[in-house]
Design a protein around this ligand. Structure first.
Ligand SMILES: C=C(O[C@@H]1C=C(C(=O)O)C=C[C@H]1O)C(=O)O
Length: 473
């Protein structure tokens, strides 16, 4: 069945959709387990952040993930799994593997965008009782909007077993696509959002950070700890509610090289940000699978003029303390990949990743991947890297947990997606904030080594916080 753009003839195609879903139901009955029916439709071009603006009340749960190449918006939940504990990555990979095999896509001649498994993990594998997010959550959305190369598609996902009423599902598809069409049309005609940059009141500042850094320096002079990444939280209160879609748009404009993301827990709170750090991406091609991961650590501000900027960049590249902070991350990642039997490829010296407000030392690391290695096997090995925890990993994680005065929850955690073809991408949830109505808690951290200067580390954290604060609408 071919569905024409903008669903112009979708309504005529209800019979074919009915046929496809009935087929799914027959297979579900035969195999004695539910199937995940997936239907893709090209839709009217709409910016996913705008679609979110119009649909966030209909679908309280959302997942937004945007890069320079594509944007993904997942709305609602068709299937989900949550867990916690040291085996959380294995359990979630099993969930993905089981459901990947149960996907049935409508075999149209148009695009088939199979469902994405959308994933959010907290920094630690256990969460407090009052935690806003699960230690591990993976879900397939009800509605998935994907925009890339000027093409926008909507995929609808349904759980089909022998108890569902196919006629009702066809009706539901019609209704959802109609709502989407209306939203796209309305959104495209009202592009100016009535949202302005917020200048919220600071409720809790990061003034304690300097003291915190000083308190860990003696431990860093011992041979048992080489680096710890300490973070702090800035709490602000605004006169009116923060506007998530408008903030996503603003972040995408200000930090076009970053991964702009948001993840809601369905009850109001939303974790969002613009992270420059990729934990991994896996691309599956006919020749095999390829992994790319980033060692990103070592920071300096951008200069006000191109001359000062170049000077700062040069100093960053040759600063022994920053290079050490960076090298620790490269070596850790390389060792973890070697332990998995991979042959990592990387340059001897870092390059620069220059963002609007800050620049970092950056070493991309690549490796060919055997088919047996799954995305979450790699996430398990890599998270948390010494870019966000420290080295050795366990000692550093224990120290930061004991030292920091807030719960990291999703800050610096793996957030990303896995598709049904084995492609995957996870980022590290830094340059992020937890938004709840008029309140926002912004997070930022810095790598601390024996040579660290507490005042400079505070300045780095403030710089990182300022960048995010400047895009909250
Ligand atoms: C921990 C953060 O950033 C990390 C720490 C860096 C550093 O210490 O130089 C640089 C990039 C990130 O890996 C953060 O932004 O919160």
């Amino acid at each position: 069945m071919t569905v024409a753009p903008y669903q112009s003839d979708l309504f005529k195609r209800c019979k074919e959709i009915y046929g496809f879903l009935s087929d799914c139901q027959r297979q579900a009955t035969h195999d004695q387990h539910a199937k995940l029916a997936n239907l893709t439709v090209p839709i009217r071009a709409v910016e996913p952040w705008l679609a979110l603006q119009y649909l966030e009340d209909t679908y309280p749960i959302h997942f937004y993930y945007s890069t320079a190449q594509y944007t993904l918006l997942g709305l609602g939940i068709t299937i989900t799994q949550q867990t916690s504990g040291p085996n959380r990555f294995e359990r979630m990979q099993q969930f993905v593997d089981v459901w990947k095999r149960r996907i049935l896509s409508s075999n149209q001649s148009g695009p088939i965008i199979k469902p994405y498994f959308l994933c959010g993990f907290t920094f630690f594998d256990q969460t407090a009782v009052d935690s806003l997010f699960e230690a591990a959550q993976v879900f397939v959305p009800q509605l998935q909007i994907r925009q890339s190369n000027n093409q926008t598609t909507a995929s609808l996902n349904y759980l089909i077993d022998d108890s569902v009423n196919i006629t009702r599902i066809v009706e539901d598809i019609r209704r959802r696509l109609q709502t989407l069409e209306t939203a796209a049309e309305t959104a495209n005609h009202h592009t100016s959002l009535s949202s302005a940059l917020k200048t919220p009141k600071v409720i809790r500042d990061v003034g304690n950070f300097e003291k915190m850094v000083s308190s860990v320096l003696p431990t860093l002079n011992s041979p048992t700890l080489h680096k710890v990444v300490l973070a702090d939280a800035l709490d602000v209160l605004s006169a009116s509610h923060f506007n998530i879609p408008a903030s996503l748009k603003a972040l995408g404009t200000a930090y076009s090289d970053c991964y702009v993301f948001s993840l809601s827990n369905g009850q109001g709170p939303v974790f969002m940000g613009a992270s420059p750090e990729r934990l991994l991406s896996i691309t599956a091609t006919a020749d095999g699978k390829r992994l790319t991961t980033d060692a990103l650590a070592g920071s300096a501000p951008r200069g006000n003029t191109s001359k000062t900027d170049q000077l700062i960049a040069k100093q960053l590249l040759s600063n022994p303390k920053e290079r050490y902070e960076h090298q620790v991350v490269v070596e850790f990642i390389v060792e973890q990949l070697i332990q998995l039997g991979l042959k990592p490829e990387f340059a001897d010296s870092p390059q620069l990743l220059q963002l609007a407000n800050i620049q970092h030392l950056h070493t991309p690391i690549q490796a060919a991947l055997p088919h047996s290695l799954k995305p979450l096997d790699l996430v398990k090995m890599l998270h948390p890297t010494p870019a966000v925890a420290g080295l050795p990993r366990l000692t550093a994680s224990q120290l930061l947990k004991a030292t920091e005065s807030f719960d990291r929850e999703l800050y610096a955690s793996p957030i990303g997606w896995i598709d049904a073809n084995g492609n995957s991408e996870f980022i590290v949830g830094i340059r992020s904030a937890l938004i709840d109505g008029r309140q926002a808690r912004l997070f930022a951290g810095a790598g601390i080594v024996a040579q660290s200067n507490p005042r400079r580390e505070l300045a780095e954290v403030k710089l990182k916080l300022q960048a995010l604060l400047g895009s909250l609408m």
